[in-house]
Design a protein around this ligand. Structure first.
Ligand code: SAM
Ligand code: SF4
Length: 324
């Protein structure tokens, strides 16, 4: 079992499979995209499978595939199947912008994907095009439907709170959770990526609006859950808030991350990364990979020190490479 010096058990691995993406969200990437790593630096699927196997041998049970946009990497469906077939992987999820889900949701489900988080910051087409710099909203909405029909469960909608979010847009998402069995989660933007110290909006205002809904009650989540979730009578779905800045949840953090270019990270923030790619390509056995995981757990920071008016931490690197 992987434990860190602060008593946290590490059983969750987030794997970024690519730094490429078909969108250009204003808070994540500049219009021209980020400088991409050469393909030879990106871990191969075989290397990723070996990594997950070793992590599972050390007690990891939950795996999330992310990016960049994971669905733009060729061969992602067979990769999902290979991960799902690793004995010991109990929970396999993906974070995606959803643009490719209309054609892929059923195949992903059949390959063994269980749950999906779909990023969607507005359901107004012009605003979506402003935020992502692509006119892709119809595809994403179609993708949400495809994910539900395919039986992916839960389907969570990640809404990053942005300056200028209209009151009505929050209502749009309440309506979505009323009508569809999805969990809409409002998330504080973190000072990472583009314009790091601008544009922070706390979840407090949305929380107050959720608490004003008739009959609303807070649902119980596991101690490692980042979200506070609410159930509302008459809603097919749920609402949630994730407040990494105003109410950080580091004390329950159970995860490690593998970046697209093969580094092992204990935290989204901070300088510490370990050279997983070097070990995987260095001709050494799985014991050396396991040692690296033990080192990552040993050096996992107690927490981040983001604050509401703070700048980006010194070593913040693009979310699209680290994997959100
Ligand atoms: N491309 C996929 C997507 O958008 O879902 C997966 C990768 S993306 C980096 C993962 C998540 O990180 C998305 O939900 C995105 O909204 C979120 N994200 C990106 N930059 C962020 C920031 N500065 N603060 C908070 N969330 C951020
Ligand atoms: Fe792409 Fe996801 Fe970043 Fe948006 S948040 S640019 S979809 S990686």
């Amino acid at each position: 079992m992987l434990r860190d010096p602060f008593g946290r058990t590490i059983d969750y691995l987030r794997v970024s499979v690519t730094d490429r993406c078909d969108l250009r969200c204003v808070y994540c990437m500049p219009p021209e995209g980020i400088p991409l790593k050469p393909i030879s630096d990106i871990l191969t699927y075989d290397e990723l499978i070996r990594t997950v196997r070793v992590a599972v041998s050390l007690g990891v049970r939950k795996v999330r595939i992310t990016g960049g946009e994971p669905l733009v990497r060729r061969g992602i469906v067979p990769f999902v199947r290979r991960v799902a077939e690793i004995p010991g992987v109990r929970d396999l999820g993906m974070t995606t912008n959803g643009t490719a889900l209309p054609g892929m949701a059923a195949a992903l489900r059949a390959a063994g994907l269980r749950r999906v988080n779909i990023s969607l910051d507005t359901i107004r087409r012009d605003r979506y095009a402003e935020i992502t710099r692509r006119d892709a909203l119809p595809k994403v909405l179609e993708g949400i439907g495809a994910a539900l029909r395919a039986g992916l469960s839960p389907v969570k909608i990640n809404v990053v709170l942005l300056h200028g979010l209209l009151r009505n847009e929050v209502d749009d998402f309440f309506a979505m959770a009323r009508e569809a069995p999805v969990e809409v989660r409002f998330i504080e933007r973190m000072p990472i990526g583009c314009s790091p110290s601008e544009g922070y909006v706390s979840t407090e205002g949305v929380r107050e609006r959720i608490l004003a809904l008739p009959g609303v009650r807070e649902a119980r989540n596991g101690s490692s859950s980042a979200a506070v979730t609410f159930e509302v009578p008459g809603f097919a779905g749920k609402l949630g808030i994730v407040s990494p800045v105003s109410r950080k949840f580091c004390s329950g953090c159970n995860r490690l991350r593998v970046t697209a270019d093969g580094r092992l990270r204990g935290c989204l923030f901070g300088r510490e990364t370990l050279d997983l790619r070097g070990v995987l390509r260095g001709g050494r056995g799985d014991g050396a990979v396991a040692d690296l995981f033990l080192e990552a757990a040993r050096t996992k920071p107690r927490g981040h020190d983001l604050c509401e008016d703070g700048d980006a931490p010194s070593a913040a690197e693009p979310m699209s490479r680290v994997g959100g």
